[in-house]
Design a binder for this molecule. Structure first.
Ligand code: OOG
Ligand code: NI
Length: 459
């Protein structure tokens, strides 16, 4: 008997991301329209701006741009979250970061499953923002018990997917044919279902408590609720969306437009109501809206110092605005953001010198020709042009932005106030492991790149 070799989890993730995109494009045609708009915009930026093209070429990001996307799902129980963590692990995805959305009135806490090493991210940067419903925040005890009993009964994974997860765990990975089957089986967990698992009246009472609760509890599984391509110019996409019959949310979340993009800027559009059959209805008569579209522009990952500055300026602008950004105050919000962020250095060297962002260091052609430079430090090598620094792309999410995205899709009626505090410990207990600190990952990538440069050029 010949033993089949184990294939790389990164390749499984790359294939899964593509399969997910194909499925979503078929289910939500507007996603296809958005992808085309983003592709066209990216092509224009690369033609018009040789600097952006040069930078993306030298970091290798150009190769992952077209396949770059993130999705989002919401689950209802600890067991579901823990099994998802195992499913994502088969694809080399680990839980990075902890996001508490309750201060924004959304009864969930979340993490992002993604690859953690720069080489793995290069093969596929696919990420999934994954939220766990906090059932303990449902006030009415009968409704909470009802929600729990409904969730208890469902199984969001196919038996074959569960078997392949176990196989991957015991054999240390999957073979080619197992991986192919795994992608098909795993996809089923994220598929949309046109029928609910509750009656129309039960759906109404869940929804009256919070629309998000109905979205998680009333269905067979955690349907993917959006898939987000990465654009190089979010402002252009935002203004072009209406020309393609897509209405974007009022403001772009995240930092304002800058010469040197930082962190993450995001905008989304509301999905249409979709027909749903409840268990007491023979035909589809009800409706539910959950699925939406989103685009994002990614910039430099910030150090703790840079992030503290970002948070301070964002809070200052929002405090001065005095209310949630909305259609009526969007222009004022943009102006306040630009004004406050004037304080954030907008050049790569400025951000590097002040240690506001993480960078990746590369030996230049000049450095390769010059060869070893004795005990030169990285700074010496940079100033001689033997080494260059490129910003490290932000791979994660932002809690205030995520709250804005949730809100714009749930409607204002979904604002709630929760007294409960953030509970990372409970989240990690449900997950069955701790979440990884994203800042540590960026610092490691930066450190590795410096070491590689020094190994080539020093002594
Ligand atoms: C997730 C919303 C957050 C993002 O990109 O910040 C999000 C959800 O609606 O489930 O997708
Ligand atoms: Ni998103």
């Amino acid at each position: 008997m010949t033993v089949q070799p184990i294939i790389s989890p990164d390749l499984i993730r790359q294939r899964f991301s593509k399969a997910m995109s194909d499925m979503y494009r078929e289910e939500v045609p507007l996603y296809g329209a958005l992808m085309e708009l983003v592709e066209q915009t990216n092509r224009n930026v690369l033609e018009r701006d040789p600097n952006v093209a040069r930078q993306l070429n030298s970091t290798g990001e150009i190769e992952r741009l077209d396949m770059e996307r993130h999705g989002a799902i919401r689950v209802g129980t600890a067991a579901e979250l823990a099994t998802l963590a195992r499913l994502f692990a088969v694809m080399g995805m680990q839980p990075v970061g902890y996001y508490d959305l309750t201060p924004a009135g959304v009864p969930v806490h979340s993490t992002a499953f993604r690859a953690v090493h720069e080489d793995a991210l290069q093969v596929s940067p696919f990420r999934v923002f994954t939220s766990l419903l906090r059932l303990e925040l449902i006030e009415a005890p009968e409704l909470r018990a009802f929600a729990e009993s409904v969730l208890e009964k469902r199984s969001i994974f196919t038996p074959q997917a569960l078997r392949l997860i176990e196989q991957a765990e015991s054999a240390g990975g999957l073979t080619e044919s197992e991986a192919r089957e795994f992608v098909l089986q795993a996809l089923e967990t994220f598929r949309w279902h046109h029928s609910a698992t509750v009656t129309a009246a039960q759906y109404q009472s869940l929804s009256a408590q919070h629309r998000l609760i109905a979205d998680v509890v009333a269905f067979k599984g955690p349907h993917i609720n959006h898939l987000t391509p990465r654009t190089l110019d979010i402002d252009t996409v935002q203004t072009q969306m209406p020309l393609h019959g897509i209405t974007p949310k009022a403001v772009i979340e995240g930092p304002p437009r800058r010469q040197c993009p930082i962190l993450l800027r995001q905008t989304s559009f509301k999905a249409l109501d979709e027909p749903i059959a409840f268990t007491d209805q023979a035909q589809t008569r009800g409706s539910h809206s959950a699925r939406f579209g989103e685009i994002e522009q990614r910039g430099a990952a910030l150090t703790p110092k840079g992030r503290a500055l970002y948070d301070r300026l964002l809070n200052a602008a929002r405090d001065e605005l005095g209310e949630f950004p909305n259609e009526g105050n969007a222009l004022r919000y943009d102006a306040l953001m630009t004004q406050h962020f004037g304080e954030f250095p907008d050049s790569l060297e400025g951000m590097r010198k002040q240690e506001l962002a993480y960078f990746r260091y590369f030996v230049t052609e000049k450095g390769q020709t010059a060869g070893r430079q004795g005990d030169a430090s990285v700074e010496d090598l940079v100033s001689n042009g033997y080494v260059k620094a490129e910003p490290l792309v932000y791979e994660d999410f932002l809690p205030v932005s995520a709250a804005g995205i949730f809100q714009s899709n749930l409607g204002d009626a979904a604002q709630a106030h929760y007294g409960e505090h953030s509970n990372r410990q409970a989240f990690e207990q449900a997950l069955g492991r701790s979440t990884i600190d994203e800042l540590g990952l960026y610092a490691e990538t930066q450190r590795r790149s410096i070491e590689e440069c020094l190994a080539l050029l020093s002594r």
